[in-house]
Design a protein. Structure first.
Ligand code: HEM
Length: 420
């Protein structure tokens, strides 16, 4: 009896607190101790790396998903660790990480690619994807990729390619009368991506690809647990499927003499581009980066169009100025569509690019979004046709916002939509 009591006593007073301390400190000991051991002068940002494996995911989900007050996640850190440094250490999405919350520190981090690395799941993005490579290989790959998307000829061609679908989608929204803007912009964005990136027309293959990308994106925002039933496991299956579809297309293009004459899409662009020494990208580099473009450009572009609809409905004075500018351009244009030159005249629509050192939605430094010109241009075209031809109202102007995986109104921005 006495032995049992002293056993419980030791457990409650000794072992349990020790276990809890170990759980609480595990990530700190595991990741920070080696850095401190290398140099005792090493200074680390304040913060805490949370529990083993999960890190601060539970706190993160609490603020983002349950409370729906993402700013308070940062505020909580500022209250706890002070807000002098503008940077906190943490552990999120299966990886040690930092959170920056001051413009100068964010700029410093974005400019210091040698000190701070992005750490996407290589299994999901592929080892040759731009976001997964670092240093010199990154600079090399980036010049290919930027050339393929940002060359003026590429942008001119894209400007014409995306318009028919934007025009016909807006007409179909007006016929329906009420639409969920997020679903509709996603649809038109993906159809344009299919056409621009791999010359796919709407149909079963594009639908399969859409489902695969949805699965892949969910896995990227999930804990990296790989067994049947998890989002991460499903994402890996989706990646396999979509790479197989792209590979079949690439082989077809190679058989047809690289296909550039007939299709001239982004995959052709990546297959043809050569560096100064005349070297081309490997097949795997082409495939990983085509998939990477879709991951980077699909959700982002859809969300930005959705938010444009939302805020223009809330700020009619901005819509009025946008309409004036675009009406003037549409009166002077010669053909049915607007051209790259017309878009560059849209001073109000385009808004000035962010000044160096200020917040830029496209990031900064050596990894600044290489698709930013393309994204801006597509948005300008979308705004043009919206402003000159349509009016719309939010059905639920006070809809709550959800914050994961990205901020969006709960109703997906339901609008009543009609011709002017
Ligand atoms: C409104 C739409 C978009 C937004 C807001 C956006 C934003 C971003 C941001 C914030 C980054 C990280 C930058 C950094 O780390 O400094 C990024 C990277 C990237 N974006 Fe975009 N993006 C958009 C559209 C696109 C499109 C349409 C494409 C391709 C067609 C694209 C391709 C990429 C790629 C490949 C990277 C990785 C760059 C690298 O690691 O070097 N993005 N984007």
């Amino acid at each position: 009896m006495e032995i049992a009591v002293s056993w419980w006593f030791t457990l409650v007073l000794g072992v349990l607190p020790l276990m809890m301390w170990l759980l609480w400190s595990w990530n700190e000991l595991r990741f920070l101790a080696p850095l401190k051991a290398r140099s005792s002068a090493t200074k680390l940002p304040p913060g805490h790396m949370g529990l083993p494996y999960f890190g601060e995911m539970l706190t993160f989900l609490w603020y983002f998903k349950i409370l729906r007050r993402p700013d308070d996640f940062i505020k909580f850190k500022q209250d706890r660790y002070g807000d002098g440094v503008g940077m906190y250490r943490t552990y999120l999405f299966g990886s040690p990480a930092i959170i920056t919350c001051s413009p100068s520190i964010t700029k410093f981090v974005l400019q210091s690619a040698d000190l701070f690395r992005t750490s996407p799941s290589i299994e999901l993005v592929g080892p040759n994807c731009l976001v997964a490579v670092h240093g010199k290989p990154h600079t090399r790959l980036r010049s290919y990729v930027s050339n393929a998307i940002n060359r003026p000829e590429a942008l001119k061609r894209i400007a014409l390619h995306v318009q028919p679908r934007i025009v016909s989608s807006l007409q179909s929204w007006a016929e329906k009368g009420t639409v969920r803007a997020f679903d509709e912009v996603r649809k038109v964005t993906f159809e344009n991506i299919g056409k621009l990136f791999v010359s796919f027309e709407p149909g079963p293959i594009l639908d399969t690809l859409d489902q695969c990308f949805a699965g892949l994106l969910s896995g990227m925002r999930a804990q990296r647990l790989n067994f049947p039933g998890t989002a991460y496991h499903h994402a890996l299956q989706c990646r396999k499927k979509l790479i197989a579809i792209f590979r079949t297309e690439l082989e077809k293009k190679k058989k047809n003499g690289n296909g550039s004459e007939t299709t001239n899409d982004l995959m052709d662009g990546l297959m043809h581009i050569r560096d100064e020494e005349g070297k081309k990208l490997s097949d795997d580099e082409v495939l990983d980066n085509i998939a990477g473009f879709v991951v980077a450009g699909y959700e982002t572009s859809s969300l930005v169009s959705m938010w444009a609809l939302y805020y223009l409905a809330k700020f009619p004075n901005v819509l009025r100025r946008l309409r004036e500018e675009n009406m003037a351009i549409s009166k002077n244009k010669k053909g049915d569509f607007i051209y790259h030159e017309d878009i560059s005249q849209m001073k109000y629509t385009n808004k000035e690019p962010a000044k160096p050192g200020t917040y830029n939605v496209f990031g900064g430094g050596p990894r600044i979004c290489p698709g930013n010109m393309l994204a801006r241009m597509q948005l300008a075209i979308f705004l043009h046709y919206l402003a000159i031809g349509y009016k719309w109202e939010l059905i639920n102007p006070d809809a709550k916002i959800t914050y994961l995986s990205h901020p969006k109104p709960e109703d997906g921005v339901e609008i009543a939509f009609s011709k002017i």
